[in-house]
Write a protein that binds this ligand. Structure first.
Ligand code: FAD
Length: 134
């Protein structure tokens, strides 16, 4: 399996800004208040998964809107997210993970597989498809 590497464009961004900017917690690069990074390219400490990229993107959107409106900037990303696990026979389990409450030690809760969570997963997927593609 190929090693995960930070894409070249983030290095170019660093060069363009004329400073070493570590891609870190999205609300900590205070010198560049309108420059954000979310998702797999960052080193925020969550798993590289779509649900965490989406959670961070939602925070970025809220923070950008607040900055543009001159309002109080809401808190940064809390590092939480949920992942679904297929068990077959129309049953799905869910893991709710929290990466930041105990730095270096992700904590979480496992909800055993049920048909109810399978329905929740279907809704999770269809709601994203509707929002992204109309
Ligand atoms: C096989 C596989 C299965 C996965 N399964 C799951 C799962 O079940 N659940 C889950 O939550 N996550 C899953 N993931 C992880 C998930 O896909 C990623 O965490 C998520 O896509 C990260 O989103 P992102 O927007 O950060 O990056 P990406 O989705 O990778 O988007 C980055 C985009 O930037 C573009 N790009 C790159 N370089 C440049 C450039 N120089 N200029 C312009 N554009 C550029 C790329 O083409 C790409 O479209 C899976 C990943 C893989 C590989």
């Amino acid at each position: 399996m190929a090693a995960l590497r930070r894409p070249e464009f983030s290095t170019r961004l660093t060069e363009a800004l004329g400073a070493e900017v570590e891609v870190t917690l999205i609300d900590r690069a205070e010198a560049f208040v309108f420059v954000y990074a979310v998702g797999d390219v960052t080193s925020v400490g969550t798993a590289k998964a779509g649900v965490f990229a989406e959670g961070a993107a939602r925070v970025v959107a809220d923070q950008l809107i607040a900055r543009i409106r001159g309002a109080d900037v809401p808190a940064g990303y809390d590092g939480t997210g949920s992942c679904y696990i297929e068990f077959g026979r129309h049953e799905v389990a869910r893991v709710d993970v929290d990466f930041f409450s105990m730095p270096g030690h992700p904590i979480g809760a496992f909800t055993p597989p049920t048909a109810l969570i399978a329905a929740e997963k279907v809704l999770f997927a269809s709601s994203r498809r509707a929002r992204w593609f109309g």
